[in-house]
Design a protein around this ligand. Structure first.
Ligand SMILES: [Zn+2]
Length: 286
């Protein structure tokens, strides 16, 4: 469960039995916590989980296919194109992201392929699915109270990647990273990447923190594992390339609520930037 505020609910399941990574991955050029990519505003990225018909949804993870189609149609009407975060970051580097919005799907639910993909394709949109590298083909047993939902299988992930959908890492075992020992952080970041690169047959450059939970050691581990960017949820002092804030979208979000959420995202950008500037000024004076 990664809810709107990005709270941490549980952090169990060891990773000590994971295999050591095979190859040394390149160290990223990008510093953690530096101004977001560049400029004061962060890119606009929406966070989805499951698109399906669900009677019970205690973690508010599910958007119905009808509501999802409405939301995507609204973005389209507003002149926005939904893209993977990989594409969004590339466009941003060239200053061409103004009309784009990042679309992300956490946990890798099988319903992404069944319901979300056809709707996105109808508009020529793309998206990123962040999958739990060691749980492909299983279900979301980390959400103890929620309905069991099937996760994408190895074959489905391979096919999605081949069709151009970005596959990113959501770690191993859907485990919250803050507080883990350094060695476990390294395994989470590197081993999940290595497993997924075998499945997709190419580079995996995006990471998404389970529960949106990130601290500095986690962000450094992800950067040092060679990822190009990572998604969080909330704005924080770490907001930047390795802690991209995202906007939760739920089943109640119609047009005006989406518009309000976009405004709130920009407000949080401004507050985060103000705090960053103040902090830098204070540090210079010391
Ligand atoms: Zn998740």
């Amino acid at each position: 469960m990664d809810n709107e505020r990005g709270t941490v609910r549980s952090a169990q399941a060891g990773v000590s039995n994971a295999q050591p990574h095979r190859a040394r991955l390149p160290r990223s050029r990008h510093p953690v916590g530096e101004p977001p990519i560049p400029g004061p505003a962060s890119p606009w990225i929406l966070m989805y989980h499951s698109v399906a018909v669900e009677k019970e949804d205690p973690y508010r993870l599910t958007v119905s296919p009808e509501r999802f189609a409405e939301q995507i149609a609204w973005l389209h009407r507003r002149g926005r194109r939904g893209v993977s975060v990989r594409e969004l970051m590339r466009a941003r580097a060239l200053g061409r992201d103004e009309k784009l919005v990042g679309l992300t799907f956490d946990d890798g639910y099988a319903d992404f392929a069944r319901y979300a993909v056809p709707i996105l394709q109808a508009y020529g949109f793309t998206a990123t699915a962040y999958v739990v590298a060691d749980l492909l083909g299983r279900d979301n047993d980390w959400d103890v109270e929620g309905p069991r939902k099937k996760l994408l299988t190895v074959q489905e992930v391979t096919e999605l990647a081949a069709a151009g959908w970005e596959i990113g890492s959501h770690g191993l075992g859907h485990q919250s990273l803050p507080g883990l020992p350094a060695e476990a952080l390294t395994v989470q970041a590197r081993e999940s990447r290595r497993l997924l690169e075998d499945v997709v047959g190419g580079p995996v450059t995006g990471f998404c923190y389970p529960y949106g939970a990130v601290d500095l050691p986690a962000a450094l581990a992800v950067r040092d594992a060679g990822y190009d960017y990572a998604c969080a949820i909330a704005h924080s002092p770490l907001t930047g390339r390795f802690a991209l804030p995202r906007c939760y979208v739920g089943d109640r979000d119609g047009a005006w609520r989406l518009r309000a959420k976009k405004g709130r995202h920009r407000l949080r950008d401004a507050v985060t930037e103000l705090r960053r500037t103040r902090r830098e000024r204070w540090e210079r004076r010391r």
